[in-house]
Design a binder for this molecule. Structure first.
Ligand SMILES: *Cc1c(COP(=O)(O)O)cnc(C)c1O
Length: 459
């Protein structure tokens, strides 16, 4: 064993090894030294426990380079999203338009007029440009931008009804993945939740009966990730606004996704539009920037000027506000909505959601032969109809007809399939598919650059 220890190379001599000079140049001596020390410790442990040298002992510089390359990979690696879920929360939701990306880059390179009005050189308001666009697009009086829609709901509640009662239908006590639950947000905001109606049916009289001197708000929550079907009744915003006016209570709506365009015009299932709720008289409407809007992560609140002013002045706004990158991306994204006829080309999310199934099938037919050549020995490949999902809780029930290339292991072993998925996750640009019915499915709906995918997948 002593003999084995004496075979370990000295750090000093390794640092002088020409094979490691590129690592030292790129990452610095301190990093290279730490890397080699960790390897030395690992080798000592290996000798202690197994009375042998580690397999990589034959090539210390090679192993050090391999480890360093692995460690300097970004934790935010670009992947091919072939899961079939377009707005995949774990993969970063919306992919932004080229103009939004350019706007972000420009905002980072130079100083920008973030809170600086050029006309009178006074301090401006950071949401003002985006607010003006939102007012133009939705008919709202003003807008406020925060970190995400969860923050938007928190800010609306904490500002408008601290210590007071907020009336919500029992059918709308939503939980969104990642611990956003209406009763919990209520508590955090210092409001008291008053549930009315039943799971499937809530009437105007239920809201009316719940109003007391302590009421602060009437709230609607869009049930974005589930649907209640059958014997149901919900109170529409317009009716609720009339009731609110009788009692001088604002009505607010957490819309979740919210689409500024009529989705049905693109052959997609209907989704409530913020501008419809503004027209119905709702005081404040909140929705996400990175769901159907196709922009950056943000929470957008639009509505009555007097209430938006209160949000802007609340101390929480400072904690929840967005940075210049988000504002730049959001402004550029919203500008695209001025030209609805170009939107399908300019906005990747809408492009992906509206790709015709025939288009996707043709793409699968183009890619199948080359893939079959490489994977055909171990897997049986086929083109199969499937359903993509919009994702992020949007329109959960409706599915989009799509096509996938499926891989079934010829040996019938799930281990073989798992090994394939694992190999794809280890690629320079990982390929993420979906398991179903003993097969690995690559839903091609979100595949833009098929050349890049093939370069990546084929040896
Ligand atoms: C998605 C969603 C949220 C949370 O929005 P984030 O932007 O993810 O914070 C809140 N409420 C509803 C109804 C939603 O659909």
């Amino acid at each position: 064993m002593k003999n084995l220890f004496s075979q370990l190379p000295a750090i000093d001599s390794l640092l002088r090894d020409p094979a490691l000079q590129s690592l030292i140049d790129d990452a610095g001596t301190a990093f290279a030294t730490r890397q080699l020390r960790a390897m030395q410790q690992e080798a000592r442990d290996c000798i202690q426990q197994h009375q042998r040298l580690p397999a990589w002992h034959a090539n210390w510089p090679g192993e050090a380079l391999r480890r360093s390359a692995q460690q300097s990979q970004s934790a935010l690696r670009p992947v091919f999203n072939l899961t079939g879920t377009v707005l995949h929360t774990n993969l970063g939701r919306a992919c932004l338009s080229d103009t939004a990306i350019a706007a972000v880059v420009a905002s980072l390179r130079q100083p920008v007029t973030l809170e600086y009005a050029l006309d009178d050189a006074a301090r401006g308001h950071r949401d003002r440009a985006v607010a003006a666009l939102l007012c133009e697009l939705t008919g709202a009086e003003d807008a406020c931008i925060v970190n995400n829609n969860a923050a938007a709901v928190l800010l609306m509640l904490a500002t408008l009804a601290p210590g007071r009662e907020v009336v919500v239908s029992r059918g709308e006590l939503v939980e969104i993945g990642g611990a956003f639950r209406i009763p919990d947000v209520m508590r955090q905001a210092g409001c008291r939740l008053v549930e009315v109606g039943t799971t499937n049916r809530t009437h105007l009289k239920d809201y009316r009966a719940a109003i007391t001197a302590d009421s602060g708000l009437l709230m609607k929550v869009h049930t974005s990730n589930y649907q209640i079907q059958g014997f149901t009744h919900a109170v529409g915003e317009a009716e609720l606004v009339t009731l609110g006016e009788e009692h001088q209570l604002p009505v607010i709506t957490d819309l979740g996704s919210g689409s500024l365009i009529d989705m049905t015009a693109y052959g997609l299932p209907a989704e409530p539009m913020p501008q419809q709720l503004i027209a119905a008289g709702v005081s404040l409407v909140s929705f996400s920037g990175d769901k159907l809007l196709g922009g950056p992560q943000a929470g957008i609140i639009i509505g009555k000027k007097a209430l938006i002013d209160q949000l802007q002045q609340h101390p929480l706004k400072r904690a929840l506000r967005v940075d210049k990158m988000t504002l730049a991306a959001l402004e550029a994204t919203l500008q695209l909505y001025r030209h609805p006829e170009h939107l399908q080309d300019a906005l990747p999310t809408l492009h992906q959601l509206t790709r015709p199934a025939t288009d996707i099938r043709q793409q699968a037919e183009r890619l199948l032969p080359a893939l079959d050549k490489v994977f055909g020995d171990d897997f049986s490949l086929a083109i199969a109809a499937c359903s993509s999902q919009i994702g992020s809780g949007s329109l959960p029930v409706e599915r989009l007809p799509s096509f996938a290339i499926t891989f079934s292991p010829r040996d019938g072993q799930s281990g073989t399939l798992n090994a394939l998925a694992q190999r794809w996750r280890a690629l320079p640009q990982p390929v993420i598919g979906r398991f179903s019915a003993g097969k690995l499915w690559l839903d091609l709906r979100c595949l833009d650059d098929e050349t890049a995918l093939m370069r990546n997948l084929l040896p």
